[in-house]
Ligand binder design. Structure first.
Ligand code: HEC
Length: 134
């Protein structure tokens, strides 16, 4: 009987963490749809490159998109911290880039990047088609 309470608490906390993550993704999607889709979509190149799979992708490599010279020459791989820095001020990540759009509120950046990560399912290393040539 005395063991039950901590257990319930722990499960409750785990549930909260998962709930907070889902909430962040949902909020991030809404932000993406209001702040990014003027220029981006997940699957098509528009003013900006398609963003599905951007987490884990080398910068400047969406196929068929014509990047600025600076972005085309970039060599870093996008991860969560790098994307948050990009959305804080793209110019500090790739000087000479052409996006020049920022999210000023840290929570907004966290949520949008959580959303981008959720649509960037990591490719399985055992799947040869998931290993695109650069
Ligand atoms: C005014 C148009 C515009 C808006 C709004 C915009 N972007 Fe961009 N974005 C671009 C352009 C243009 C590029 C390509 C820059 C270059 O080639 O230098 C880009 C590039 C990127 C890249 C790099 C992709 C890659 O393949 O390396 C990411 C990530 C990105 N944008 C995320 C976002 C997110 C997230 C938002 C919304 C918060 C957003 N952008 C809003 C125009 C925009």
């Amino acid at each position: 009987m005395h063991m039950r309470l901590p257990c319930v608490l722990l499960l409750g906390l785990l549930g909260l963490a998962a709930g907070a993550q889902a909430q962040s993704v949902a909020r991030g999607q809404a932000l993406f749809e209001s702040r990014c889709v003027a220029c981006h979509s997940l699957d098509a190149n528009r003013v900006g490159p398609a963003l599905r799979g951007v987490v884990g992708r080398t910068a400047g490599k969406a196929s068929g998109y014509f990047y600025s010279e600076a972005m085309a020459a970039a060599t870093h791989v996008w991860d969560v911290p790098k994307l948050k820095t990009w959305l804080t001020n793209p110019e500090t990540v790739v000087p000479g880039q052409d996006m020049n759009y920022r999210l000023d509120i840290p929570q907004d950046r966290d949520d949008v990047v959580a959303y981008l990560a959720s649509v960037s399912v990591p490719a399985s290393p055992s799947d040869p088609s998931s290993n695109p040539r650069k």
